[in-house]
Design a binder for this molecule. Structure first.
Ligand code: ATP
Length: 511
């Protein structure tokens, strides 16, 4: 660090700044006493007191890493900011905003700041570790959320917004990347670097406007683009964008570049995909209103009350929101007229599916290595290296060469096809026509029939779960992803039965 920049740092974060509600501090009923009596014992805490783990994320100006307190064993996330870089990029102000706003927050839906410290090169912010990462990852994994999940997460986000507004803070950059999920799959809003603490104006009234251009293109409100001013209502605009995205799988305003996205926002140029649930559509329309004063939620406490009373939130128990278990994550299935709902009893899969839902993709299964049974292939190889295939199988392979010659380029030499068929691989409201091939290796691959290229493979493991939704629809849940297939021939149950049979044959004892 250059000597010229050094004096700035103590102004930013002066040594240790300890919150009285830090779990490292023994709690007592008096918070004043708490912080003063424990201050000396934590005074020297620094990065050396933590065992640093894996990188959880990279921001524009920070790296966030998992950390364990060497003394207490407690787990945290440490946001590490490079002092030189922060000063060079003139972001000192934003570091302070983040620290000051987070310091004011004490809510189950907002990431907790425990304390801050620094060493020669870095500023460190010790945060609650949200173990399940970003909401965006789950939207991508499922393609979209069903109405029940969407209602649950929208309610939690709204409750967090209500709390921060009550504290006089506008977030100004709400988006699925900044909404983290804890181990219970409850939300934790993060990234207050662009937040605004509303002050008092000269007349002593709360200044409800915040004058600086911040945010992320897709979620930025029209008032920020047109008048360069954000207000509490700007967070409700972002809520409308997130609600839309949870169901549609993509944000409402997305142009080819930032400028085009902005143009769409200021002209309210967005459409709903067919099948978007009417009650959610109505709420989105009332949130995505150009005039911030007319947006549902605007107008202080009464506005928020009206927003919470919208029929979309019918049935939400606001008083026990944080005690309720998160619903099983399922993608949204746009209704098809005249389609008979053939719901199966999925209770036997429930436990496995819920494990799948919260898996953050770090399990060894994700590598696919568990998928293959090495002995299956070994058993075909003789000691001289040539293949020894039992006559019955050899006959079937010969037959396959004649009947399914076109699929041979996608198969291994001794692999037998169990089932093929056209499917629509769906992601939210969008789908792609593919050919699905199930083999006895086992493998489940999908192919672009026109281009004759393999587009993907679903990795097998004992944690794969296949679920029949109705005549035409079924899910394949893997720890990393949920695949949503539509069988145009209405034989989804055949697929499910065949895949289940293969699962039982390969992992019978483990299921
Ligand atoms: P940006 O460039 O968006 O402004 P930033 O520098 O402010 O980013 P954050 O958004 O706070 O950094 O963090 C970057 C990423 O690190 C997050 O998107 C998230 O994936 C991860 N992360 C941050 N805080 C936590 C946390 N408390 N627990 C788990 N992961 C976290």
């Amino acid at each position: 660090m250059s000597s010229a920049s050094t004096p700035l740092i103590p102004k930013m974060i002066n040594g240790i700044s300890q919150r009285s509600d830090d779990p490292a501090v023994q709690t007592s009923s008096n918070s004043q006493q708490r912080s003063s009596s424990t201050h000396s014992s934590v005074k020297k805490k620094g990065v050396k007191d933590f065992e640093l783990g894996k990188t959880l994320g990279e921001g524009s100006y920070s790296t966030v890493v998992a950390a364990r307190d060497r003394t207490t064993g407690r787990e945290y996330a440490i946001k590490i900011l490079d002092k030189k870089h922060i000063i060079k990029e003139k972001k000192v102000k934003y570091v302070n905003i983040e620290k000051n706003t987070l310091n004011k927050m004490n809510h189950p839906g907002i990431v907790r700041l425990y304390f801050t410290f620094q060493d020669h090169n870095s500023l460190c912010i010790l945060l609650y570790h949200a173990k399940n990462g970003e909401l965006l990852t789950f939207i991508k994994k499922l393609g979209s959320f069903d109405l029940n999940c969407t209602r649950y997460y929208t309610s939690q986000i709204l409750a967090a917004i209500e709390y921060m507004h009550d504290q006089g803070v506008i977030h100004r950059d709400l988006k699925p990347e900044n909404i983290l999920l804890d181990e219970k799959m409850h939300i934790k809003v993060t990234d207050f670097g662009t937040a605004k603490i509303l002050g008092k104006n000269v007349a002593g009234e709360t200044d409800d406007r915040a004058n600086s251009f911040v945010g992320t293109a897709e979620y930025v409100s029209p008032e920020l683009l047109k008048e360069k001013a954000a207000c509490k209502s700007s967070d409700f605009w972002a809520l409308g964008c997130i609600l839309y995205q949870l169901i549609a799988g993509r944000p409402p305003f997305k142009g080819g570049n930032e400028y085009m996205t902005f143009q769409k926002i200021v002209h309210l140029d967005y459409t709903f995909p067919e099948g978007f649930p009417p009650v959610a559509k109505d709420l989105v329309k009332k949130l995505l209103v150009l005039n911030p004063a007319e947006r549902l939620g605007a107008g202080g406490k009464e506005g928020v009350k009206q927003l919470k009373s919208h029929p979309f939130f019918d049935g939400v128990r606001w008083d026990t929101l944080w005690q309720q278990p998160a619903p099983r994550l399922l993608p949204y299935l746009p209704p098809k007229p005249h389609e008979e709902e053939l719901r199966t009893d999925t209770s036997i899969y429930e436990e496995k599916i819920s494990n799948v839902s919260v898996d953050n993709g770090n399990s060894p299964v994700a590598s696919g290595l568990e998928a293959r049974d090495p002995f299956r292939l070994e058993s075909w190889a003789s000691t001289d290296g040539s293949e020894k295939i039992d006559p019955e199988r050899a006959g079937k392979l010969e037959e396959q060469k004649r009947t399914s010659a076109q699929w041979l380029p996608f198969l291994l030499r001794t692999e037998l096809i169990l089932r093929t068929g056209p499917i629509n691989k769906r992601k939210g409201f969008f789908s792609k026509r593919r050919l699905l091939i199930l083999t006895d290796f086992p493998r489940l691959i999908y192919v672009d029939q026109e281009k004759m290229t393999q587009k993907g493979e679903i990795y097998w493991s004992s944690r794969m779960v296949v679920e029949l939704k109705n005549k035409k629809h079924f899910f394949v849940h893997t720890p990393r992803k949920t695949y949503y297939f539509e069988d145009p021939n209405g034989t989804a149950s055949d697929w499910v039965n065949k895949i289940n049979a293969v699962l039982i044959e390969n992992y019978g004892g483990m299921l």
